[in-house]
Every structure is written in structure tokens, then in C-alpha cells.
Design a protein around this ligand. Structure first.
Ligand code: NOJ
Length: 509
């Protein structure tokens, strides 16, 4: 039976500002991406997800949109976008774009009008004297309310430059349905929905329990039941287009069951499974996430890194004496992820084994989290450093020679450039290519679910048809289950033992 493309797709997230800069201003752009499509096709991914490239003052790297129907000059033009989509399709790559419905930029014409006192109902404004209307905190630190010169307060769950829309106003609905159509008409294959569990806030805007800041539990801010109606309407629009257009929600919640509510048959096609990304390096933790996910999700997804979290090479190596352990585990986690039923989302640079950049100078940091926390939180710039493509020094082929990238690149990245790794069979890039090729080779041949095989407590062994995936999260080598040959290992697997911090795919007739 033919399944829709997105169900088992490998999607590559492009953080547009940091992927490739063709214009020479130090910021990645759409023509830059277009020039690197052969690399992505060769890597073996099925689709790309582009983070916001719309007109924006960049208070939050483009997640503050001032015009949902245009490309910011920093990134190119609409013609560049059309050319990128056409070329991506020629390379067999689908294109997913980001949509930001919870909030706009404070430079959006609607918000500018609201500040002039016109049509304020499209945002969340309240009278409340000298104190904010409730205790809600911004995700980026500080109160979620800012006072306007005329005395009213407006809500922003993120930076003050990102006012929240009022989804109880029908004009907001109509606007976003139209924005979806605008990009669907231009040929996009899907949408990634920013803060998909936001949008509606509880009537009366009651105080929130302290736990709310972590997107957990029963909340007046997140995951309100009304939001599902929005996605039902969006699904109708997506379904009215030919070619299996899809949507994936960015939903932070503490249960797979709650997550599953966003992917009911008439709502979103997928939602990110952040439990996988949040799990520590532990066979028990991984097994629980896998079991919960497969029990609750009809269209499972897996993700290890993105532009908001510490890169997983660094997460897995945190506090360990051996500096290579993080990378070994990251490679093993990739094999585990690619063996699971469903689709996998990769983040640019993970195929190069990039670590988080921890020592960015304060003056280089641009994430609003850094400034809003008074410099006490590093923010997310460390996973957003522009990619090293080639050469011996900055900008490593990310931009034309002599250009300073918007965030400085570490000198150690000379050894990690795509060019350096391309012809080295032992490199992380070569490993990703082989793993993605092997996965393609198995497409359509594996059953939907998986069977656990008995293993040591610190190991995971699961089987899907002829594929057995083994992962060793412990400190001792473990004996391999019966198999006829090793298809691929995250590190060399010789004899009948699987070393620690290693995974492998075994062919089992
Ligand atoms: C989630 C995005 O991934 C993140 O980068 C952004 O800051 C917030 N949503 C607000 O839009």
C-alpha cells in the first residue's frame, strides 16, 4: 500500500540565517540554499523545512513576522523563493515552510494600527491600571505584558516585539487561511506550525500556575481546547490541494497522549515528538519514549536537535571526561531514530557532527533570551552558528570570502567542514549519507510497528522485519543478537560484541 510521503520522510531543517549566504551580507539566504540543493539531495533527505524568511525586523530571528506574504530582503525575493521551490522539486526534495500564527511582529501593519487605537481586538489588549493583567511570564523572561503609552497592556508570550494575536477574532482566522493558500499556491508541500499549542488563551486570562512556563500541565496559556478547531479548518484547506500537502505542529507538552490530540485524522498530520529529544542517554528512557509514542501516535515523528535546543552532540557528552563520547552517542542515536517507524527531522549541521558553540562572546549574541535574562541565560545562538562548508578559515564557504558571518565560527570547525568530511569514509557526513541510503533501501519493506528483543538493561534491541536495531547505552560491550550481517554501525562493530555508545543495524533473515 502506498503511504503518503511525509509518513516516513526524513526532513532536514534549514535555519535560513545560518545555512548559506549567497549575497555576502553575513546572513544566510534563499539563493544560498538553492546553491546547496545538490548537497542535500546527495545527503539523502526527502524534504527541507525552512525557518521563517518573511519580512521581519528580526527581533527573534524572523519568528516576528511583519508581512506573512513576502520575503525579507535579507533573504531574497519572492522570485528567489519560487526558484528555490522549483529547483528543490527538481532534486526530488519537498519544501515545508514555517508559519507563525501565535504572534506577529510589533511592526506588522495590524499591530501598528492597534497602537494607533484601531482594531485592537486582533491582539490581546487589556486595561489593568499600573499592574499587568495577570502573572503570565514571557517564555523569554520577564512579564508577558507590556504597557502602551495610552495605559493599556498587550500580551506577548515571547518578546515584546512579538504581540500575541487574539484568535477569538474571526479576522485572525480568515487572515491565516489566506496566508496558507498564498504559500500553497506557490507550491509548498507543507507547513511547520510555530507554537502550535498556543493561539488561544483561557477566557478571563486567569493567573497561571508556576509550572506553566515549562509548557506542562493544565494551563490557561497553552493547549486550550479551542485550538483544535483552527487545525480542523487548516486541514480542510490542505486537503483541498493536490499532492499530499501536510502540516506538523510544534507542540510542547508532557504527554504523548496530549500530543496525539493534535494529530487526529481531521487535524494536523504530525507533531514534533520532543520527548525523544528530551530523553537522556539511557536505554530505559529511550524505551519508554518509544513505547509511549507508538502507543499514542498514529504518525510518529522523531527529532534530536533543532534551532532552539543545545545540539545533541553536546547534550550527550555533558560532564563526561572523554570529549568524543557525545559524538559517538549522537551517531548511535541517529541510527536508532532512523530505524523507528515514522518520520525523522534532522537539524542542519548534525550531519557534520557539529557541537554547540558555548563560548560566543556576549557582544555577538543575538537571541533575545540572552538580553532579557540580563545575560544569565546563554540563549540559543550556540546551535545557530553558520555552517562550515569548506576552507581553512571563517566564513568557511558559508559566505563569500572576506564576509563576517552574523555569528562567529570556531576555529576548530576547519576540521568539520562538509568539504573536509565529504571524501573521508569515517566522517560523520559519510556516516549520515550511508545511514540515509540504507534507510531508503528499506523503504516500504518494514512493518509499521516494532518488536522488542531481550537485551541487557542498558541496551535496546528491536526488530522490524529483517532489520534489527541494537543500541548500547551502557559502559560494557554487549553480545549481539543472532543476525547474518551488520548493515551499518555508528562505529566499527567487529565480532559478536556491540561496544558502549554504539548502535548498529543488523540484517536478520
Ligand atoms: C518556536 C521557535 O522555534 C522559536 O525559535 C521561537 O523563538 C518561538 N517559537 C517564538 O516564535
Amino acid at each position: 500500500m502506498k503511504i503518503p510521503w511525509w509518513r516516513d520522510a526524513v526532513v532536514y531543517e534549514i535555519y535560513v540565517r545560518s545555512f548559506a549566504d549567497a549575497s555576502g551580507d553575513g546572513v544566510g539566504d534563499l539563493p544560498g540554499i538553492r546553491g546547496r540543493l545538490p548537497y542535500l539531495a546527495d545527503l539523502g533527505v526527502d524534504a527541507i523545512w525552512l525557518t521563517p524568511f518573511y519580512r521581519s525586523p528580526m527581533a527573534d530571528g524572523g519568528y516576528d513576522v511583519a508581512d506573512y506574504r513576502d520575503v525579507d530582503p535579507l533573504f531574497g525575493t519572492l522570485a528567489d523563493f519560487d526558484a528555490l521551490v522549483a529547483d528543490a522539486h527538481t532534486h526530488g526534495l519537498r519544501v515545508i515552510v514555517d508559519i507563525v500564527p501565535n504572534h506577529s511582529s510589533s511592526e506588522h501593519p495590524w499591530f501598528r494600527a492597534a497602537l494607533r487605537g484601531e482594531n485592537r481586538d486582533r491582539y490581546v489588549f487589556r486595561d489593568s491600571g499600573d499592574l499587568p493583567p495577570n502573572n503570565w511570564q514571557s517564555t523569554f523572561g520577564g512579564p508577558a505584558w507590556t504597557r502602551t503609552p495610552d495605559g493599556q497592556w498587550y500580551l506577548h508570550l515571547f518578546a515584546p516585539e512579538q504581540p500575541d494575536f487574539n484568535w477569538r477574532d474571526p479576522r485572525v482566522h480568515a487572515e491565516f487561511l489566506d496566508v496558507l493558500r498564498f504559500w500553497l499556491d506557490r507550491g509548498v508541500d507543507g507547513f511547520r506550525i510555530d507554537v502550535a499549542m498556543g493561539l488561544y488563551k483561557a477566557e478571563g486570562l486567569p493567573d497561571a500556575p508556576a509550572t506553566d512556563q515549562a509548557f506542562k500541565g493544565e494551563s490557561p496559556i497553552w493547549g486550550r481546547p479551542e485550538v483544535h478547531e483552527v487545525y480542523r479548518r487548516w486541514r480542510e484547506v490542505l486537503d483541498s490541494y493536490p499532492g499530499e500537502r501536510m502540516a506538523i505542529g510544534e507542540v510542547w507538552t508532557d504527554s504523548a497522549e496530549d500530543l496525539a490530540r493534535y494529530v487526529r485524522p481531521d487535524e494536523l498530520h504530525q507533531s514534533f515528538n520532543f520527548a525523544w529529544l528530551e530523553a537522556p542517554w539511557s536505554a530505559t528512557a529511550f524505551r519508554k519514549v518509544i513505547d509511549d509514542t507508538l502507543a499514542d501516535m498514529t504518525a510518529p515523528t522523531w527529532v534530536l536537535s533543532n534551532h532552539d535546543v543545545v545540539r545533541h552532540v553536546t547534550r550527550y557528552g555533558e560532564g563526561l571526561p572523554n570529549s568524543t563520547t557525545g559524538l559517538a552517542r549522537a551517531r548511535a542515536a541517529l541510527l536508532a531514530m532512523l530505524a523507528l517507524p515514522g518520520s525523522a527531522y534532522l537539524y542542519q549541521g548534525e550531519e557534520l557532527g557539529l557541537p554547540e558553540v558555548r563560548d560566543l562572546p556576549a557582544e555577538a549574541r543575538q537571541d533575545p533570551i540572552f538580553a532579557r535574562s540580563g545575560g544569565t541565560l546563554p540563549g540559543r545562538d550556540g546551535c545557530r552558528v553558520p555552517l562550515p562548508w569548506s576552507g581553512q578559515e571563517q566564513p568557511y564557504g558559508f559566505a563569500p570570502e572576506g564576509t563576517a558571518p552574523w555569528l562567529p565560527q570556531p576555529v576548530e570547525w576547519t576540521a568539520l567542514s562538509a568539504e573536509r568530511q565529504a571524501d573521508d569514509p569515517g566522517s560523520t557526513l559519510s556516516f549520515y549519507r550511508q545511514a540515509l541510503r540504507a534507510r531508503r533501501g528499506l523503504r516500504g519493506a518494514l512493518p509499521d510497528g516494532l518488536t522488542w528483543l531481550e537485551s541487557e538493561e542498558d541496551a535496546l534491541f528491536f526488530r522490524r522485519g529483517a532489520l534489527t536495531c541494537v543500541v548500547n547505552c551502557g559502559v560494557e560491550a554487549v553480545p549481539l543478537p543472532p543476525h547474518d550481517h551488520v548493515v551499518i554501525g555508528s562505529a566499527p562493530v567487529e565480532g559478536h560484541l556491540l561496544p558502549p555508545d554504539t548502535a548498529a543495524w543488523l540484517h536478520t533473515p
